[in-house]
Ligand binder design. Structure first.
Ligand code: AHR
Length: 524
């Protein structure tokens, strides 16, 4: 079921974040339709992506067995503990661009004998291969999550893919299964998702969609989906608004895929050569960030319309397997390592995306934020033995109840804000806040609100209809400064606190939502 998207109020065009006073609190009516449940919100919407890039894996996850940093078989205990707490459902690995140069045999067997390679995509940094297949699955199992492997299509062949899958999943006595056992793993690994190439239009091989569709058909012939390898076949998808890619690949290879991916990054300026800083940005850049983020809604609608043409029964999932903010790298860090700080703005960007994804879950079955630790819009930042949990981490934590919940329509019309001008001088508008609601596995109703307005809060009067609720409780993530952020080893300055702005008045739920905040409430 698709929800009514936000409609701009007539007055909206007149309102900008800068024009509103700090104390103003516009009242807005909304209606919750708890008696009209929609599609399931898959837990995989809350997926992660960890690439061999900068300190994303080495330092961020893998410190080695002899490290003084507390670890289990080389994997950081603090990072595993933090990821368990947000119930990570899936981790995509080893890339990204790295995946199309990765040869799995480099990362198995005696660690002392593994080759060192140059990580050509990410700073030319040496890749020691100490973190390979067995270490990744150990990480996955410690976190209690599912694996999503990206296999090399761009610089490899179907045999290498088939052999990796056999090595991982064969329960038999064949040589590859025996080799896996000799390397310490008796039972097959569980591999529920396999991506066939990554960004095949770019770093994954510079292919045209026609060429990639043929490659997908060829690789898929040797994929042998079945009892031993039941992994969903994920086609390499489009770059942002390139719907022609989705169209051509689906037209030519819809039977060879279970899902197709889509990548979209939020750049405050929409300019890859000067994206905008992660810290010390102004309010104009706050607004342009949210304009660019909110484009995800239009992007999904466009790709879904193309998918509906080729797959009207919605068998094929849309996996947004890379999304998040991408800023200019922090001064003094390796530009190839994509390290950036993470502020209140990022926490709200995450929640805005969750609310959008929840509206399209009949098609959007998985998303993976880029990336888990120390890279781009990270959950966790590490500095040697120290670790910080970011506002993005806390947004994921607040939305945990939405995993495997059932969406419920929440009709509301938000005022609009202005994020910039297009090339014809026209205002680029976006809603000041977005929302979503769901019935969770615990039987309770949850409502999530992401308020993108830097200056103004809102009072939402939500008509609960037939729903009887006695009390409301929840959490709020906000801060005084737009770029409030946590630093490894320093006292946290931004963390969710109890939300006190909810009241039930008969059949109306009143929520007083502060400016620049994420709020998640539960109704009892
Ligand atoms: O997440 C960083 C990079 O962004 C990935 O390697 C690539 O797939 C995308 O271009």
């Amino acid at each position: 079921m698709k929800f009514t998207p936000f409609k701009a109020l007539a007055i909206g065009a007149l309102m900008t974040a800068t024009a509103l006073s700090a104390s103003a609190q516009t009242k807005i009516d909304a209606t919750l339709k708890a008696d009209q449940p929609g599609a399931e919100i898959s837990r995989y919407i809350y997926g992660q992506f960890s690439e061999h890039l900068g300190a994303g894996v080495y330092e961020g996850v893998w410190v080695g067995k002899d490290s003084p940093i507390p670890n289990t078989r080389g994997i950081r205990n603090d990072v595993v503990g933090a990821l368990k707490a947000i119930k990570v459902p899936v981790i995509r690995w080893p890339g990204g661009c790295f995946a199309d140069e990765y040869h799995w045999r480099d990362g198995i067997g005696d660690p002392a004998k593994r080759p060192s390679r140059k990580n050509n995509w990410w700073g030319g940094t040496p890749e020691s291969n100490q973190f390979g297949t067995h270490e990744f699955f150990d990480f996955v199992e410690q976190v209690g999550t599912d694996a999503y492997l990206s296999v090399n299509v761009g610089s490899s062949n179907p045999t290498e893919m088939r052999e990796w899958i056999e090595y991982l999943t064969s329960p038999g006595d064949d040589t590859l299964a025996q080799e896996r056992r000799a390397n310490g793993r008796k039972d097959p690994f569980k591999v529920p998702f396999i991506g066939i190439g990554n960004e095949s239009w770019g770093c994954g091989g510079n292919m045209t969609p026609e060429y990639y569709a043929n490659e997908l058909r060829r690789f898929e012939a040797f994929y042998h989906k079945g009892k031993d390898n039941s992994g969903a076949r994920v086609a390499s998808g489009a770059n942002a608004f390139d719907t022609n890619w989705t169209d051509v690949v689906m037209k030519n290879a819809v039977r060879n895929m279970d899902a197709i991916s889509l990548h979209y990054y939020t750049l405050p300026t929409a300019n890859w050569s000067k994206k905008g800083p992660a810290l010390n940005f102004d309010e104009a850049q706050w607004n342009s960030t949210f304009y660019q983020t909110y484009r995800m809604d239009d992007l999904l609608q466009k790709h879904i319309a193309v998918m509906d043409k080729h797959d009207p029964k919605k068998r094929v999932g849309l996996y947004v397997d890379e999304w998040g903010t991408w800023y200019d790298v922090e001064a003094g860090t390796n530009p190839g390592h994509l390290y950036q700080q993470n502020t209140l703005r990022d926490g709200i960007v995450a929640a805005v995306n969750f609310n959008i994804f929840h509206h399209y879950t009949d098609r959007v079955k998985m998303t993976n934020i880029a990336q888990t630790v120390n890279v781009l819009q990270a959950m966790i930042l590490t500095d040697k033995e120290k670790m910080a949990l970011t506002p993005t981490y806390y947004a994921f934590k607040m939305y945990v109840p939405f995993q495997d919940s059932t969406a419920i329509p929440l009709d509301v019309t938000a005022p609009t804000l202005i994020g910039g001008k297009d090339k014809d001088g026209k205002d680029q508008t976006f809603p000041a806040f977005n929302v979503s609601a769901a019935k969770a596995k615990d039987g309770k109703i949850y409502i999530g609100i992401a308020n993108m307005n830097a200056k103004e809060g809102y009072v939402l009067n939500i008509n609960l209809g037939t729903l009887k609720a006695k009390s409301v409780s929840g959490d709020v993530l906000t801060a005084d400064k737009l770029d409030a952020h946590n630093v490894p080893g320093q006292k946290e300055v931004i963390t969710p606190v109890a939300f006190k702005g909810g009241k039930i008045k008969g059949s109306v739920l009143e929520l007083t939502i502060p400016a620049k905040s994420v709020v998640v409430v539960k109704l009892d």
